[in-house]
Write a protein that binds this ligand. Structure first.
Ligand code: HEC
Length: 390
């Protein structure tokens, strides 16, 4: 399918070899002349696509059918914004350059490393990105690494398994966890269910047994709807709003439940910064239905981080630090401040399974508040099954 271009490359190499043999030129000079030989008018992204990609991806970008291609994988539909909007431009350049397997996809998607220059790869990816012309869908560039606590502005199709371990005020160990399920609907919305649970080290009866008894309980489940209000690629900013309802399903005696419905509205903001730095912010209110059981609270959470690839398009490491502030709206209550250094890492080639580990440390009001070790595992289920793309 890339025959014409390939033969040009071969011809260029032959000219180069001949030049070295005949004139004793240095390799560099010979290469320069070979370049001149093959110089051709710059092809547009569309031309490149028709010449090098359309054999499989079809001229309209929807992809030829399996039966027509004779492969056991179907090329994706580049005109579908639900699919195409969420893949960052740079990731697609990486796939086109290094081939499907570099990102855990089929080897039928070839590598164009030798056939197309970086500039051409950029142009062809810009072209396939233009095939879905629906700007309402927030682009995948805004899918910034998820901090352990601060909420994200991007809309997700993912499952998060999160766990935290700490001592409670009496010095007993406590492990809490939650499963978060998130699903997009329409171009700008997402719904979410949160199922928290916990294990407490029970009070041991020194006469009965020496080993502590652990009890398992469920926490306050939550339902939420998120909507994206604004995203601007040029400015690198994204803003969303969420309405969350926390249900009193949790066990109050083990400290896992508040015993009242709580309404939690909040805004989330993401800002892409130069040099792969990013800032994420979440600000909101906790408004319990029954005031004596819990107090109104205002919170602000900030996360600053940077995404690092030690090898281009390789595993992504994202060190982050979060600053968490909260204040109960009761006179005399002081602001509570925590800091959470952490690092997120992508685990597989497809980069849709991610792990994060960090520690939440109180910066003030330290009596009765100890450090909490935190981890999560994310599965971006839209990008494939859990075991795909390793
Ligand atoms: C020989 C057939 C073939 C050619 C030629 C081809 N592709 Fe593909 N491409 C595929 C197949 C098949 C897949 C799906 C792979 C999978 O799902 O495992 C794919 C997937 C992709 C993806 C990944 C999308 C995702 O899921 O995130 C991108 C990007 C892509 N191709 C770009 C290109 C570009 C750009 C060109 C031309 C420069 C090109 N392809 C040429 C067969 C091809």
């Amino acid at each position: 399918m890339n025959g014409p271009r390939r033969s040009t490359v071969l011809r260029g190499r032959a000219v180069q070899a001949a030049a070295i043999a005949l004139f004793g030129l240095t390799a560099d000079a010979a290469f320069a002349s070979a370049e001149d030989e093959t110089a051709r008018p710059k092809r547009t992204g569309r031309q490149l696509f028709i010449e090098t990609c359309a054999a499989c991806h079809a001229a309209d970008g929807r992809g030829h059918s399996r039966s027509r291609l004779g492969f056991d994988v179907t090329p994706p539909d580049f005109t579908d914004p639900d699919f195409a909007s969420r893949e960052p431009h740079a990731d697609w350049v990486g796939i086109a350059r290094n081939g499907g397997p570099s990102r855990g996809f089929s080897e039928i998607m070839p590598s164009f490393r030798d056939a197309l220059s970086m500039e051409e790869l950029d142009a062809v990816v810009a072209y396939i990105k233009s095939l879905h012309d629906d700007d309402r869908w927030p682009p995948g560039e805004f899918n910034l690494p998820r901090p352990l606590v601060t909420g994200k502005a991007y809309l997700e199709d993912e499952v998060v398994f999160q766990a935290a371990m700490t001592d409670d005020a009496d010095g007993r160990d406590k492990v809490t966890g939650k499963i978060v399920y998130e699903q997009r609907f329409g171009s700008l919305n997402m719904w979410e269910v949160v199922l928290p649970f916990g294990w407490n080290e029970g009070i041991t009866n020194p006469l009965a047994s020496s080993s502590p008894r652990w009890s398992a309980n469920i926490g306050d489940a939550a339902l939420a709807v998120k909507r994206n209000f604004h995203h601007d690629v040029g400015a690198g900013s994204i803003l969303s709003g969420t309405a969350e309802l926390i249900l009193p399903t949790g066990d109050q005696t083990s400290g896992l439940g508040k015993g009242t419905f709580v309404f939690e509205p909040f805004l989330t903001y993401g800002q892409i910064l130069p040099a792969d730095f990013f800032l994420q912010a979440q600000a909101g209110l906790e408004l319990p239905f029954q005031r004596p059981k819990a107090e109104n609270e205002v919170f602000l959470r900030l996360a600053l981080g940077r995404s690092i690839n030690f090898k281009p398009w390789g595993r992504t490491w994202s060190p982050m630090v979060e600053l968490l502030t909260a204040k109960e709206l009761v006179s005399g209550e002081r602001i509570v401040l925590d800091i959470v250094p952490q690092v997120q890492v992508t685990l597989n080639k497809r980069q849709h399974i991610m792990f994060n580990i960090g520690v939440r440390m109180p910066l003030n009001q330290t009596t009765g508040r100890s450090a909490t070790g935190m981890i999560y595992l994310i599965w971006d289920w839209f990008d494939g099954a859990f075991l795909d793309g390793w």
